[in-house]
Design a protein around this ligand. Structure first.
Ligand code: NDP
Length: 247
């Protein structure tokens, strides 16, 4: 396994399905060592087995991104097994969308905990390692929902935009050449994301849209690879990856 990611050590949250799993496979195929975190360890086990069977390097850990200590353990695992951490992909996310007036406050809390606080936990865990090494790259998977505001996605899009805002501030604070930051905004991608939408009507509508329009998750994985394979003095800031026919 050789390629532009060759030798890089990449930790990925939410690697048990969808975009995270596709990114793990894509980067491992290109020669990166991948360190995978999520809650469904059976899925992670299978993925690690598959990557190793194809000659790649992979480790996994049960990670709940809402728990700060779990991100510290994920970063520590990368350093322990592979000697460093080059990239953290903050990918774990949930979409419990619905009109604000429905007041699904528990869903709002959950989205803020996973989609915003979960990314911040990763930043807090990775930054000291990056500073110590003299280099590092934070990649976050945000959303086109934050670029084109639509009904039913207020808190989801808000949390994603908070991540984008935080990363841009961090970029401006980090002009010493140590840190690179990238925000990737996918549009409709065929994954399990919409299976977790509570409202059956909305879930079916989203499933229909996904089936009709959605692009495969490896399209986003290739965007992650593109960002991390740039020379050290080149930073890809923002990218959106959406179906050509998405409005
Ligand atoms: P999936 O549902 O397939 O993947 C979501 C991943 O997040 C799973 O691996 C899940 O793992 C993980 N996850 C959820 N909650 C937690 C948690 N508390 N701790 C750790 N991991 C968690 O959907 P996608 O691949 O589509 O989603 C990946 C990212 O892409 C998300 O941030 C999503 O918002 C974003 N996105 C997706 C789009 C799409 O159309 N699919 C569009 C725009 C953005 P587990 O349950 O095992 O913990």
């Amino acid at each position: 396994m050789t390629g532009g990611s060759d030798g890089k050590v990449v930790a990925i949250t939410g690697a048990s399905s969808g975009i995270g799993a596709a990114t793990a496979v894509e980067l491992a195929t290109r020669g990166a060592a991948v360190v995978l975190g999520a809650r469904r360890t059976d899925r992670l086990d299978s993925l690690v087995e598959r990557i190793r069977a194809e000659g790649g390097r992979a480790e996994m850990l049960e990670v709940d991104v809402t728990k700060r200590a779990d991100l510290k353990r994920l970063v520590a695992l990368a350093v322990d097994r592979f000697g460093r951490l080059d990239v953290l992909v903050g990918n774990a996310g949930i979409a419990r969308t619905g009109p604000v007036a429905d007041l699904d406050v528990d869903d709002w809390d959950a989205m803020i905990d996973v989609n915003l606080r979960g990314v911040l936990h990763g930043v807090a865990a990775a930054l000291p390692v990056f500073r110590n090494q003299g280099s590092g790259h934070l990649v976050t998977i945000v959303s086109t929902s934050g670029l084109k505001i639509v009904p039913t996605q207020a808190v989801y899009a808000g949390a994603k935009n908070a991540v984008r805002t935080m990363l841009e501030a961090l970029r401006q604070e980090s002009t010493d050449g140590v840190l690179r930051t990238t925000s990737i905004s996918p549009g409709f991608v065929r994954t399990e994301l919409v299976d977790h939408v509570d409202d059956p009507g909305q879930r079916e509508r989203l499933r229909h849209t996904m089936a009709e329009l959605g692009i495969p998750p490896d399209a986003v994985a290739r965007a992650v690879a593109f960002a991390i394979e740039q020379p050290d003095d080149v930073e890809i800031g923002d990218m959106s990856i959406r179906p050509t026919r998405q409005g």
